[in-house]
Design a protein around this ligand. Structure first.
Ligand SMILES: Nc1ncnc2c1ncn2[C@@H]1O[C@H](COP(=O)(O)OP(=O)(O)OP(=O)(O)O)[C@@H](O)[C@H]1O
Length: 156
């Protein structure tokens, strides 16, 4: 049997503006399936202001920080652990550029182009590297044991 390609985990968010629209959410889950991502874990959350400030702490002091935290506490949202080979790059490629208006010009097939609203209300998040994926998975899914999952996966 040929060796199975190395798989990878990433953390994806479907932010509150998208989550408020069940038709859009269903379409996004179809995109996730069509692009061969395996959903390893999934939860729906409602953040307090301090949750948002903790997750987006690196942006504290930027002009959009308060707006970002207000947006992320405005309603429920989905957090997902996605898996496939090159999941981190693959998910970021699927969601597209941070700013939806630019995505609509430069990357019209991406999810932020299709569903994003504004620079802040951009509907999606994706981890940008292996270490941030590990940290963000731990933030949203503290009960998920990545090392055990990877060990079990290798043994399958
Ligand atoms: N210039 C901006 N104006 C308004 N909001 C912004 C701006 N830049 C970033 N944001 C908001 O802050 C979030 C985090 O910014 P970051 O630079 O980490 O973008 P990203 O890595 O593309 O997005 P994410 O981390 O959510 O995947 C963005 O997703 C967006 O909601």
């Amino acid at each position: 049997m040929p060796p199975r390609p190395l798989t990878q985990l990433t953390l994806a968010l479907l932010k509150p503006d998208l989550t408020a629209n069940s038709t859009k959410v269903n379409k996004v889950f179809s995109h996730i399936q069509q692009n061969d991502f395996n959903i390893v874990a999934h939860k729906t959350l409602l953040w307090s202001k301090s949750d948002a400030e903790a997750f987006y702490g690196e942006h504290r002091g930027k002009f959009f920080f308060e707006r970002l935290c207000g947006y992320m506490t405005s309603g429920h949202f989905h957090a997902l652990i996605l898996e496939k080979p090159d999941a981190i790059l693959g998910w970021r490629a699927l969601i597209g550029p941070t700013h939806p208006p630019r995505a609509r010009i430069n990357a019209p097939e991406t999810l932020r182009s299709l569903y994003g609203m504004t620079d802040t209300r951009n509907s999606f998040h994706g981890s940008d590297a292996v270490d941030t994926a590990t940290k963000e998975i731990g933030f949203f899914f503290p009960e998920f044991d990545i090392e055990k999952w990877e060990k079990d996966r290798k043994e399958q």
